[in-house]
Design a protein around this ligand. Structure first.
Ligand code: C5P
Length: 342
């Protein structure tokens, strides 16, 4: 890439509308059946050529306050994503001189270790952005979207989902991604409430493996039904009618509750306050509530913020929860491919 060029990518958060655990695989990972959707809430990554010989990462933004929760830079999924992209191109005979070190500015907006797959989305955006920065397209060098998703899967279970670019049924440990049609109609609003505590995904799966799991297979039934309905074409209104069923269709809830017992009472309190069903995204602790529009979600966010402020709602964690309104994306975010150097 020429020295002044800046490649930009937006890395959306994801929400699990359903999450069924269908078994344990020989590799120790759990096999899932999950309808996953991308959100307008996202991190922003800007790639330039690094001054030094090594890839470099600089984290900023409101979520950057939790930079310590991101771990050391060398363990960050952005740098691991770039390394995976370089290795994939290197394995196809591309010379290292064509893959120079990159400097990435990551503006962190998505809460960290919150069940929103911010790290995996950053990794997917890093792979895609690195390809672009080095002047490669996915179709080049025999790399189609599926094989790039395989590169991503090695970095994190949720990475392949982000290469699908929209609503998807996710199976296996996350590597089997079947695109689904997004509902027709106004994009649904979502209220997200994330307690100020990082919940490591391995801890939640370990609790699940140790027996903290639901008694019924209801989540799988709901998940299968929703995937079928999406494939056939669902309206946003119909989806909203399903919110109560979706909110209880997450098999990891008892495991997350084993890791963060106070989340159970908090979830009930949020539900009482907003008068709607409250779901949990992924391994938590982010709670979600669906609304017909962004404005309706924003109005509810205001009520939750006020209740936290006046002390009538207390969240587990080291401080006040992150409360935000966003929408479920119905079309892929178009990332500005290039912008002038700052
Ligand atoms: O792939 P990722 O880094 O997100 O996974 C973190 C950990 O969560 C894994 O090491 C594994 O313990 C657990 N996990 C699992 N089954 C999955 C995804 C994650 O057991 N499908």
């Amino acid at each position: 890439m020429n020295a002044g060029r800046v490649v930009v990518r937006v890395a959306p958060a994801k929400l699990n509308l359903t999450l069924a655990v269908v078994g344990r695989r020989p590799d120790g990972f759990h096999a899932l059946h999950s309808v996953m959707v991308p959100l307008a809430l996202g991190d922003r990554l800007a790639f330039t050529r690094a001054h030094g010989p090594a890839d470099a990462l600089h984290v900023t933004g409101p979520g950057g306050g939790a930079a310590s929760a991101l771990g050391p830079p060398e363990a960050n999924l952005v740098l691991r994503g770039i390394a995976a992209a370089r290795a994939a191109l290197g394995a196809r005979g591309v010379s290292p001189e064509r893959l120079p070190a990159l400097a990435v500015r990551l503006e962190k907006v998505i809460p960290v270790a919150a069940g929103l797959a911010g790290g995996s989305s950053d990794a997917a955006a890093a792979i895609d952005g690195a390809f672009d920065a080095w002047g490669f397209k996915l179709a080049d060098e025999g790399l189609d979207a599926a094989s790039v998703a395989v590169v991503g899967a090695a970095v994190g279970s949720d990475v392949p989902f982000f290469f699908a670019g929209g609503w998807a049924l996710v199976e296996g440990r996350g590597e089997r991604v079947t695109p689904l049609r997004a509902p027709i109609g106004e994009p649904l609003g979502v209220l997200l409430v994330t307690p100020a505590l990082a919940v490591p995904t391995p801890d939640v799966f370990a609790a699940y493996a140790a027996g903290a799991r639901p008694m019924t297979g209801a989540a799988l039934a709901t998940s299968g039904h929703l995937a079928g309905e999406c494939a056939r074409g669902l309206t946003a209104g119909r989806l909203l009618e399903r919110a109560g069923l979706l909110a209880v269709a997450n098999d990891l809830v008892p495991a997350t509750a084993a890791v963060v017992p106070d989340l159970v009472a908090f979830r009930r309190a949020v539900s009482r306050l907003v008068g709607r069903s409250v779901g949990q995204s992924g391994s938590g602790p982010t709670l979600w509530v669906l609304y017909p529009s962004f404005d309706a979600a924003e109005e509810a966010a205001g009520r939750v913020r006020a209740a936290v402020h006046d002390g009538s709602l207390t969240a587990p964690g080291d401080g006040p929860p992150t409360i935000c309104a966003t929408t479920i994306l119905t079309a892929p975010l178009s990332s500005p491919a290039q912008e002038p150097a700052e």
